[in-house]
Design a protein around this ligand. Structure first.
Ligand SMILES: [Zn+2]
Ligand SMILES: [Zn+2]
Length: 173
């Protein structure tokens, strides 16, 4: 059989069935904001190379409303950009802790279980912070982090967080 494009996979009856099963299991509600009277999407929490769209377990999929789904992908892209900064700038590797980055990436299944355990063991507060940031919507992130910045909460991470927020803002402009 010829290789199916992703769009073709999403039109396949096997995905339609998987989608319905997932929506039923979730009670036809957004897993993030609990809205049920809006357009709902079935989101892949992660992609594994070579798997068809329907070849995922229940816990690898989540039901999200249209807006929460968009936020989810925007946050994921932002986190991927942070990872690029981390690898590009040696100086930031020391400044921007492994715990925080692992916390940010953990909700997306982009880091190994071992890394998550290591981060929670050694940098629990930074891990919690990163995890918290990525559990919020993008606009909430900026305002929540800015509020805490003004309270002087982040110690050595203050500079990095300001840098990130300013970068976000100049991209929005
Ligand atoms: Zn939602
Ligand atoms: Zn998605």
């Amino acid at each position: 059989m010829a290789k199916m494009t992703y769009a073709e996979q999403l039109a396949h009856p096997k995905w339609q069935r998987k989608r319905l099963d997932t929506l039923n299991a979730a009670g036809w509600k957004c897993a993030n904001c609990a809205a049920g009277d809006v357009t709902l999407h079935v989101h892949h929490r992660r992609y594994i190379k070579g798997r068809m769209a329907w070849e995922y377990e229940e816990d690898e999929l989540s039901v999200l409303c249209k807006d929460c789904h968009q936020s989810e992908h925007e946050i994921k892209e932002a986190a991927a950009r942070v990872m690029q900064i981390r690898f590009a700038e040696d100086v930031l590797v020391e400044d921007f802790s492994f715990g925080f980055l692992t916390g940010m990436m953990a909700p997306f299944g982009e880091v190994t279980k071992e890394d998550v355990e290591l981060a929670m063991e050694n940098y629990p507060r930074f891990f919690a912070l990163g995890y918290m940031v990525c559990s919020l919507g993008p606009s909430d992130i900026a305002s929540a982090v800015r509020r805490k910045l003004d309270e002087g909460r982040f110690g050595p991470h203050t500079g990095m967080l300001r840098l990130l927020l300013d970068q976000e803002e100049s991209e929005d402009a």
